[in-house]
Design a binder for this molecule. Structure first.
Ligand code: ATP
Ligand code: MG
Length: 355
């Protein structure tokens, strides 16, 4: 993005090259945006938790919201000043608000309408408030509720069931990642999301976020804490990564390095075995892709076990664990991780087996 920007400054504004460059720039902006939505969905985005008053946050970004909503749409804010603060990742919750508001505005494309953003405090009893995704109940306690309501086209039951699926869209130019990202972020904050909508009658999206309790340290089950804990190796050492795709090797080694592991890479089975033969005493564990060309992951696995029966091998593949355990004797492999995975998934897997 930076380079297309620089190049644009160097060319004549009327030249065809300027036009091409601006297309490149536009495409890379969309790609960057796409990446951030996908990171949010996978829970892999950076998580920076700050204490914040949600009504203030909405007020802060109102000017941005007015830019993205259409002229025919009237924006109404019902922001409670009485609500306590919540511990959230500001940029992620901003993204939640933006995505919900853009959807609401797009649903009123035809005739315009009213878009309301409301904040409030809700005390939930046990098994009282149920989320729409996987029907999870809120546990007892205080929650900040953020509501985005529109008077747009609404959704029927069939659409409503699919809206959180990544890449599900009913729009011509939509990508279907907006709500997938919203869901990922809300879950990362231990919150839930409710959707009320009827065809032709508009929609309301309600996001519930747990209120911070300043006296308590975050408890062990807190997903935010777990994400942070999982990002560091508990017993750092050398890991052999075997994968035929260069992109994967590069990403996996960055993930492991970031947690404090050292990494050796192999791009196929033969290379992996050559390295393993020489270095196995220094290799703490192996991350082995199952679908390798020539020599299959399965064969590599067996050969490594022959060289050193105590080697801890974590298998990875696009298939799920069930399919993989059909191929292997379950006690043989130390762990399994299905692609695509997040850094904390990966580190967690190695931390588990290297304890
Ligand atoms: N407020 C709403 N009113 C009506 N339909 C909605 C609303 N919000 C979401 N939807 C439906 O849910 C689908 C998925 O929404 P999502 O935000 O995930 O993707 P998108 O808006 O289609 O594309 P993107 O956000 O990636 O540009 C939409 O295509 C639309 O059918
Ligand atoms: Mg959207």
């Amino acid at each position: 993005m930076g380079y297309s920007d620089l190049a644009l400054m160097k060319v004549e504004p009327n030249s065809p090259i300027a036009e091409y460059l601006s297309h490149i720039q536009h495409a890379s902006e969309r790609a960057a945006d796409l990446c951030s939505q996908m990171l949010a969905y996978s829970g892999r985005g950076k998580f920076v938790v700050t204490s914040c008053h949600l009504s203030d946050l909405v007020e802060e970004i109102v000017h941005l919201l007015r830019v993205v909503i259409r002229k025919e749409v009237v924006l109404d804010l019902l922001l409670s000043k009485q609500i306590p603060s919540v511990k959230i990742d500001l940029s992620q919750i901003r993204q939640v608000i933006m995505n919900l508001v853009i959807n609401a505005s797009e649903s009123m494309e035809q005739n315009g309408g009213l878009l309301t953003i409301k904040t409030g405090l809700i005390t939930a009893k046990k098994n009282e408030i149920k989320g729409n995704y996987r029907q999870k109940f809120l546990s007892e306690g205080d929650y900040i509720c953020l509501e985005v309501t529109d008077t747009g086209e609404g959704m029927n039951e069939k659409i409503r069931k699919k809206i959180f699926d990544p890449f599900y869209t009913t729009k011509f130019a939509g990508r279907g990642l907006g709500l997938a990202a919203v869901l990922g972020i809300v879950r990362g904050h231990n919150g839930i999301i409710q959707v009320l909508s009827e065809q032709g009658k508009g929609s309301t999206f309600k996001v519930y976020l747990p209120v911070e309790n300043s006296e308590d340290e975050p408890d062990q089950n807190d997903e935010i804490t777990r994400l942070a804990e999982n990002s560091q190796a508990t017993s750092p050492g050398l890991i052999l990564v075997v994968d035929d795709e260069e992109e994967n090797r590069s990403v996996f080694s960055k993930m492991l390095n970031s947690a404090g592991y050292e990494v050796i890479l192999a791009s196929d089975g033969l290379q992996a075995l050559k390295i393993f033969n020489k270095e196995h005493s220094g290799i703490q564990a192996v991350l082995l892709d199952l679908t390798l060309p020539q020599m299959s992951g399965n064969q590599v696995f067996k050969e490594m076990k022959k060289i050193n029966p105590n080697t801890r091998i974590v298998l990875t593949s696009g298939f799920d664990e069930q399919e993989v355990s059909n191929l292997f004797n379950e006690t043989d492999f130390a762990g399994f991780i299905q692609k695509p995975f997040t850094t904390s998934n990966l580190i967690n897997e190695f931390n588990k087996i290297l304890e």
